[in-house]
Design a protein around this ligand. Structure first.
Ligand code: AMP
Length: 282
Protein backbone atom coordinates (compact mmCIF):
# COMPACT_ATOMS: atom_id res chain seq x y z
CA UNK A 1 0.00 0.00 0.00
CA UNK A 2 1.39 3.32 -1.11
CA UNK A 3 1.03 6.32 1.21
CA UNK A 4 0.45 9.60 -0.59
CA UNK A 5 0.22 12.92 1.22
CA UNK A 6 0.53 15.41 -1.55
CA UNK A 7 -2.62 16.13 -3.65
CA UNK A 8 -0.52 16.66 -6.80
CA UNK A 9 1.16 13.29 -6.29
CA UNK A 10 -2.25 11.70 -5.76
CA UNK A 11 -3.57 13.27 -8.94
CA UNK A 12 -0.67 12.13 -11.08
CA UNK A 13 -0.91 8.59 -9.65
CA UNK A 14 -4.59 8.48 -10.68
CA UNK A 15 -3.93 9.91 -14.14
CA UNK A 16 -1.30 7.25 -14.76
CA UNK A 17 -3.65 4.48 -13.61
CA UNK A 18 -6.37 5.80 -15.92
CA UNK A 19 -3.95 6.06 -18.79
CA UNK A 20 -3.25 2.37 -18.31
CA UNK A 21 -7.00 1.72 -18.58
CA UNK A 22 -7.55 0.97 -14.88
CA UNK A 23 -10.76 1.79 -13.03
CA UNK A 24 -10.42 3.59 -9.71
CA UNK A 25 -12.59 2.91 -6.66
CA UNK A 26 -12.45 5.54 -3.92
CA UNK A 27 -13.46 5.31 -0.25
CA UNK A 28 -13.31 8.68 1.53
CA UNK A 29 -13.18 8.45 5.35
CA UNK A 30 -12.27 10.42 8.43
CA UNK A 31 -10.34 7.46 9.80
CA UNK A 32 -10.65 5.56 13.09
CA UNK A 33 -11.74 2.76 10.85
CA UNK A 34 -14.25 0.08 11.81
CA UNK A 35 -16.00 -2.72 9.95
CA UNK A 36 -18.44 -0.28 8.37
CA UNK A 37 -15.58 1.49 6.61
CA UNK A 38 -13.97 -1.83 5.74
CA UNK A 39 -17.15 -3.06 4.08
CA UNK A 40 -16.81 -0.12 1.68
CA UNK A 41 -13.17 -0.99 1.02
CA UNK A 42 -14.12 -4.58 0.32
CA UNK A 43 -16.80 -3.47 -2.15
CA UNK A 44 -14.30 -1.13 -3.80
CA UNK A 45 -11.80 -3.98 -4.09
CA UNK A 46 -14.45 -6.15 -5.74
CA UNK A 47 -15.43 -3.58 -8.34
CA UNK A 48 -12.31 -1.59 -9.21
CA UNK A 49 -8.77 -2.24 -10.47
CA UNK A 50 -7.24 0.34 -8.16
CA UNK A 51 -8.51 1.09 -4.65
CA UNK A 52 -7.81 4.44 -3.03
CA UNK A 53 -8.84 5.20 0.56
CA UNK A 54 -8.52 8.66 2.06
CA UNK A 55 -8.28 9.60 5.70
CA UNK A 56 -8.92 13.27 6.33
CA UNK A 57 -10.75 14.76 9.29
CA UNK A 58 -12.32 17.61 7.40
CA UNK A 59 -12.42 20.77 9.54
CA UNK A 60 -14.93 22.40 7.22
CA UNK A 61 -17.72 20.04 8.18
CA UNK A 62 -17.46 20.65 11.91
CA UNK A 63 -19.23 23.55 13.62
CA UNK A 64 -17.37 25.78 16.10
CA UNK A 65 -18.65 23.85 19.15
CA UNK A 66 -18.37 20.39 17.65
CA UNK A 67 -15.84 17.62 18.12
CA UNK A 68 -13.17 18.36 15.48
CA UNK A 69 -10.33 18.54 18.03
CA UNK A 70 -11.28 15.42 19.92
CA UNK A 71 -12.46 13.36 16.92
CA UNK A 72 -10.84 9.91 17.43
CA UNK A 73 -7.67 9.30 15.43
CA UNK A 74 -5.45 6.21 15.29
CA UNK A 75 -3.43 6.27 12.10
CA UNK A 76 -1.25 3.23 12.79
CA UNK A 77 -4.24 1.03 13.52
CA UNK A 78 -6.05 2.32 10.39
CA UNK A 79 -3.01 1.64 8.24
CA UNK A 80 -2.75 -1.94 9.52
CA UNK A 81 -6.43 -2.59 8.87
CA UNK A 82 -6.16 -1.31 5.30
CA UNK A 83 -3.09 -3.41 4.59
CA UNK A 84 -5.27 -6.51 5.09
CA UNK A 85 -7.58 -5.34 2.30
CA UNK A 86 -5.13 -4.94 -0.53
CA UNK A 87 -5.63 -1.19 -0.78
CA UNK A 88 -3.42 0.40 -3.42
CA UNK A 89 -3.17 3.93 -2.04
CA UNK A 90 -3.88 5.52 1.30
CA UNK A 91 -4.27 9.24 0.65
CA UNK A 92 -3.63 11.34 3.75
CA UNK A 93 -3.36 15.00 2.79
CA UNK A 94 -2.63 17.65 5.38
CA UNK A 95 -5.14 20.33 6.24
CA UNK A 96 -2.87 23.01 4.78
CA UNK A 97 -2.54 21.17 1.48
CA UNK A 98 -6.30 20.92 1.15
CA UNK A 99 -7.38 24.33 2.42
CA UNK A 100 -4.93 27.04 1.61
CA UNK A 101 -5.46 30.35 3.35
CA UNK A 102 -6.77 31.75 0.09
CA UNK A 103 -9.53 29.09 -0.17
CA UNK A 104 -12.83 30.77 -1.05
CA UNK A 105 -14.91 28.25 -3.01
CA UNK A 106 -17.60 26.08 -1.47
CA UNK A 107 -20.11 23.59 -2.82
CA UNK A 108 -23.57 23.75 -1.31
CA UNK A 109 -26.45 21.47 -2.27
CA UNK A 110 -29.54 23.51 -1.51
CA UNK A 111 -32.66 22.14 0.13
CA UNK A 112 -31.54 18.65 1.10
CA UNK A 113 -28.65 20.06 3.14
CA UNK A 114 -30.99 22.10 5.29
CA UNK A 115 -33.07 19.16 6.49
CA UNK A 116 -32.54 16.58 9.30
CA UNK A 117 -28.86 16.78 10.36
CA UNK A 118 -28.51 20.10 8.54
CA UNK A 119 -30.75 21.78 11.10
CA UNK A 120 -28.56 21.20 14.14
CA UNK A 121 -25.29 20.98 12.13
CA UNK A 122 -25.55 23.79 9.57
CA UNK A 123 -21.89 23.55 8.52
CA UNK A 124 -21.93 19.81 7.95
CA UNK A 125 -23.05 19.19 4.39
CA UNK A 126 -21.42 22.25 2.85
CA UNK A 127 -18.20 20.89 4.32
CA UNK A 128 -18.85 17.38 3.03
CA UNK A 129 -19.74 18.42 -0.51
CA UNK A 130 -16.85 20.85 -0.73
CA UNK A 131 -14.26 18.30 0.36
CA UNK A 132 -15.72 15.56 -1.84
CA UNK A 133 -15.79 17.82 -4.90
CA UNK A 134 -12.12 18.54 -4.26
CA UNK A 135 -11.27 14.89 -3.64
CA UNK A 136 -13.11 13.80 -6.78
CA UNK A 137 -10.93 16.21 -8.77
CA UNK A 138 -7.76 15.04 -7.07
CA UNK A 139 -8.47 11.28 -7.10
CA UNK A 140 -10.52 11.05 -10.35
CA UNK A 141 -12.44 7.99 -9.18
CA UNK A 142 -14.76 5.99 -11.43
CA UNK A 143 -16.68 4.81 -8.36
CA UNK A 144 -17.06 6.23 -4.88
CA UNK A 145 -18.25 3.93 -2.10
CA UNK A 146 -20.31 5.43 0.72
CA UNK A 147 -22.41 4.14 3.60
CA UNK A 148 -26.18 4.27 3.89
CA UNK A 149 -25.60 4.90 7.57
CA UNK A 150 -25.16 8.53 6.50
CA UNK A 151 -28.23 8.36 4.30
CA UNK A 152 -28.68 12.11 3.98
CA UNK A 153 -25.02 12.55 3.03
CA UNK A 154 -25.36 9.87 0.36
CA UNK A 155 -28.42 11.59 -1.10
CA UNK A 156 -26.71 14.97 -1.12
CA UNK A 157 -23.57 13.61 -2.77
CA UNK A 158 -25.68 11.92 -5.45
CA UNK A 159 -27.43 15.24 -6.06
CA UNK A 160 -24.09 17.07 -6.33
CA UNK A 161 -22.75 14.49 -8.78
CA UNK A 162 -25.86 14.87 -10.97
CA UNK A 163 -25.99 18.65 -10.76
CA UNK A 164 -22.30 19.17 -11.53
CA UNK A 165 -22.02 16.32 -14.07
CA UNK A 166 -19.18 14.80 -12.09
CA UNK A 167 -17.91 11.69 -13.87
CA UNK A 168 -18.20 9.34 -10.89
CA UNK A 169 -20.71 6.66 -9.93
CA UNK A 170 -21.86 6.82 -6.30
CA UNK A 171 -22.33 3.39 -4.76
CA UNK A 172 -24.23 3.18 -1.45
CA UNK A 173 -23.72 0.23 0.89
CA UNK A 174 -25.75 -1.06 3.83
CA UNK A 175 -25.06 -0.06 7.41
CA UNK A 176 -22.79 -2.43 9.32
CA UNK A 177 -23.96 -2.93 12.90
CA UNK A 178 -22.62 -4.14 16.24
CA UNK A 179 -23.90 -7.41 17.76
CA UNK A 180 -26.83 -5.57 19.39
CA UNK A 181 -27.77 -3.57 16.32
CA UNK A 182 -26.03 -0.28 17.12
CA UNK A 183 -24.76 1.23 13.88
CA UNK A 184 -20.96 1.19 13.84
CA UNK A 185 -19.50 4.67 14.10
CA UNK A 186 -16.15 6.17 15.02
CA UNK A 187 -18.08 8.29 17.54
CA UNK A 188 -19.25 5.19 19.47
CA UNK A 189 -15.85 5.43 21.14
CA UNK A 190 -17.07 8.47 23.08
CA UNK A 191 -19.73 6.41 24.87
CA UNK A 192 -19.21 5.25 28.45
CA UNK A 193 -19.90 1.51 29.00
CA UNK A 194 -23.37 2.36 30.33
CA UNK A 195 -24.14 4.68 27.42
CA UNK A 196 -22.88 2.07 25.00
CA UNK A 197 -25.27 -0.47 26.48
CA UNK A 198 -28.17 1.99 26.31
CA UNK A 199 -27.38 3.07 22.76
CA UNK A 200 -28.94 -0.09 21.35
CA UNK A 201 -32.33 1.49 22.01
CA UNK A 202 -31.81 3.69 18.94
CA UNK A 203 -31.88 0.84 16.48
CA UNK A 204 -34.52 -0.95 18.55
CA UNK A 205 -36.78 2.05 17.99
CA UNK A 206 -36.11 2.00 14.24
CA UNK A 207 -36.74 -1.75 14.09
CA UNK A 208 -39.98 -1.37 16.01
CA UNK A 209 -41.05 1.28 13.52
CA UNK A 210 -40.25 -1.01 10.62
CA UNK A 211 -42.11 -3.96 12.14
CA UNK A 212 -45.19 -1.89 12.86
CA UNK A 213 -45.30 -0.39 9.36
CA UNK A 214 -44.82 -3.84 7.85
CA UNK A 215 -47.65 -5.14 10.04
CA UNK A 216 -49.91 -2.44 8.61
CA UNK A 217 -49.62 0.54 10.97
CA UNK A 218 -50.41 3.69 8.99
CA UNK A 219 -50.96 6.18 11.81
CA UNK A 220 -47.69 8.08 11.69
CA UNK A 221 -48.27 10.20 14.78
CA UNK A 222 -49.25 7.25 16.93
CA UNK A 223 -46.20 5.31 15.75
CA UNK A 224 -43.83 8.23 16.30
CA UNK A 225 -45.15 8.60 19.86
CA UNK A 226 -44.46 4.90 20.48
CA UNK A 227 -40.92 5.12 19.13
CA UNK A 228 -40.18 8.31 21.03
CA UNK A 229 -41.43 6.80 24.26
CA UNK A 230 -39.24 3.74 23.71
CA UNK A 231 -36.19 6.01 23.32
CA UNK A 232 -37.48 7.97 26.33
CA UNK A 233 -36.99 4.90 28.54
CA UNK A 234 -33.32 5.94 28.57
CA UNK A 235 -33.36 9.33 30.30
CA UNK A 236 -29.75 10.16 29.37
CA UNK A 237 -30.66 10.26 25.65
CA UNK A 238 -31.84 13.51 24.12
CA UNK A 239 -33.42 13.08 20.72
CA UNK A 240 -32.39 15.65 18.14
CA UNK A 241 -34.89 14.26 15.65
CA UNK A 242 -36.81 11.09 14.97
CA UNK A 243 -38.71 11.36 11.73
CA UNK A 244 -40.46 9.44 8.98
CA UNK A 245 -39.56 11.05 5.67
CA UNK A 246 -39.59 10.50 1.95
CA UNK A 247 -36.22 8.83 1.14
CA UNK A 248 -35.77 10.89 -2.04
CA UNK A 249 -36.60 14.37 -0.75
CA UNK A 250 -36.31 13.97 3.04
CA UNK A 251 -39.64 15.80 3.33
CA UNK A 252 -42.00 14.62 6.09
CA UNK A 253 -44.25 11.84 4.84
CA UNK A 254 -47.96 12.54 5.13
CA UNK A 255 -48.78 8.84 5.35
CA UNK A 256 -46.78 5.65 5.71
CA UNK A 257 -47.48 4.16 2.29
CA UNK A 258 -44.67 3.32 -0.14
CA UNK A 259 -41.05 3.90 0.84
CA UNK A 260 -40.35 5.62 4.14
CA UNK A 261 -37.04 6.51 5.71
CA UNK A 262 -37.09 6.27 9.49
CA UNK A 263 -34.20 8.43 10.63
CA UNK A 264 -32.95 9.69 13.95
CA UNK A 265 -30.19 11.62 15.63
CA UNK A 266 -29.67 11.52 19.37
CA UNK A 267 -27.32 12.97 21.95
CA UNK A 268 -25.74 11.15 24.88
CA UNK A 269 -24.27 14.15 26.64
CA UNK A 270 -22.16 15.73 23.91
CA UNK A 271 -22.00 12.60 21.74
CA UNK A 272 -24.32 12.73 18.76
CA UNK A 273 -25.22 9.49 17.00
CA UNK A 274 -27.34 8.95 13.90
CA UNK A 275 -29.09 5.96 12.39
CA UNK A 276 -31.78 5.18 9.85
CA UNK A 277 -33.71 2.37 8.29
CA UNK A 278 -35.58 2.25 4.99
CA UNK A 279 -39.04 0.69 5.09
CA UNK A 280 -41.24 -0.34 2.21
CA UNK A 281 -44.93 -0.63 3.05
CA UNK A 282 -46.54 -3.33 0.92
P1 AMP B 1 -16.68 8.68 8.23
O1 AMP B 1 -15.31 8.18 8.48
O2 AMP B 1 -17.58 8.62 9.43
O3 AMP B 1 -16.73 9.99 7.51
O4 AMP B 1 -17.34 7.64 7.21
C1 AMP B 1 -16.73 7.32 5.99
C2 AMP B 1 -17.67 6.48 5.18
O5 AMP B 1 -17.98 5.28 5.90
C3 AMP B 1 -19.01 7.17 4.89
O6 AMP B 1 -19.41 6.88 3.57
C4 AMP B 1 -19.94 6.53 5.91
O7 AMP B 1 -21.29 6.51 5.50
C5 AMP B 1 -19.38 5.11 5.95
N1 AMP B 1 -19.80 4.44 7.18
C6 AMP B 1 -19.65 4.91 8.45
N2 AMP B 1 -20.20 4.04 9.33
C7 AMP B 1 -20.69 3.01 8.60
C8 AMP B 1 -21.37 1.79 8.93
N3 AMP B 1 -21.67 1.49 10.18
N4 AMP B 1 -21.72 0.97 7.93
C9 AMP B 1 -21.43 1.27 6.63
N5 AMP B 1 -20.79 2.40 6.26
C10 AMP B 1 -20.42 3.25 7.23
Amino acid sequence: MKLIKDPQGMHSFSLKAKYRGKTIGFVPTMGYLHEGHLSLVEAARGKSDVVIVSIFVNPLQFGANEDFDRYPRDFNHDKKQLQNFDVDVLFIPSRDDIYQESHRTFVDVEGLSKRLCGISRPALFRGVTTILAKFFNIVSPDFVFMGEKDFQQLLIVRQMVRDLNLPVEVIGLPTVREFDGLAMSSRNKYLSPKERQNAAVLCQALNLGRQEIEKGERDKHKLLLRLRSLVGTIPSIRLDYLVMVDPDTLAEKKDLNGRTLLALAAYFGKTRLIDNILVEAK
